[in-house]
Design a protein. Structure first.
Length: 259
């Protein structure tokens, strides 16, 4: 297996295809998180005419079109790209089908964390920007779903004596800014917002992840059917506040400019 193969790209695509029918369940959350990213556009006086948005799932394109921007919507899933609202393009995340200097704005919303070669993808995205173009991205950072990760690990160790990766690895915030700089962006900035979701029914957390297309696609995950008691045990042991289960998202927001 290639050292860069962290994720099973076929599973990523299949999960996003499958999420299409359930997306309405999490659309308000995706829209809220997209708004936090799009706020960065209001912080700049720059004007944009052509934009590429990646992974927006309907939460990005309409906003950009409302600003008079022509939008190309890309996704790992062709069906999800068609839903997004711009000119639809399916991508594999590793080799992007865009030439140099095509866009003056690129926005990647909760999508790049599924790319195996993130440094390579960022380099390609920077090259796809026109000089002076803006790159905005959001992705889960280290600490996201830490409660679920620990709960599943403890439960599986208890039941089987071993454990399989069941929650994706996420980059540290410092890595995000460093990756932007490495890809050649000017004025790279990465900051993080910590958002906690509270669930009366912890099983709803798993349903929301599935509806967003965010279920486990780690290449080295176990393909065996998990023990029947695994998820009930893990979910019952998650931390709570006011009787509700806590799920944490550490949302990294990355900004960089093409020189």
């Amino acid at each position: 297996m290639n050292a860069l193969t962290i994720f099973d790209s076929k599973s990523v695509r299949r999960h996003r295809d499958r999420a299409l029918a359930r997306l309405g369940r999490v659309a308000p959350v995706l829209d809220d998180l997209a708004a936090r990213l799009l706020d960065r556009l209001d912080d700049t006086k720059a004007r944009f005419s052509t934009a590429l948005e990646i992974g927006g799932r309907g939460s990005i394109a309409a906003n950009l079109q409302g600003r008079g921007i022509q939008v190309v919507s890309a996704d790992f899933s062709a069906a999800m790209a068609a839903l997004a609202g711009g000119l639809a393009v399916a991508i594999d995340g590793e080799v992007l089908p865009f030439g140099p200097r095509k866009f003056d704005l690129i926005i990647a919303h909760l999508s790049l964390h599924w790319v195996n070669d993130l440094p390579g993808a960022l380099l390609q995205l920077r090259q796809a920007l026109k000089p002076g173009g803006l790159f905005l991205a959001s992705m889960p950072a280290l600490g996201t779903l830490a409660e679920l990760r620990a709960g599943l690990l403890d439960a599986e160790l208890t039941l089987t004596g071993g454990a399989s990766p069941r929650v994706s690895p996420y980059p540290d915030l410092r890595d995000c800014a460093g990756l932007l700089q490495r890809a050649g962006f000017s004025l790279p900035v990465a900051d993080v917002e910590e958002i906690q979701f509270l669930y009366a029914d912890p099983l709803a957390l798993l349903h929301d992840l599935r509806a967003a297309g965010e279920t486990n696609a780690v290449a080295e995950r176990s393909r065996k059917i998990p023990p029947k008691a695994l998820f009930p045990l893990a979910l019952n042991n998650l931390p709570t506040r006011d009787g509700r289960t806590i799920a944490t998202l550490k949302l990294a927001i990355m900004t960089g400019w093409a020189p």
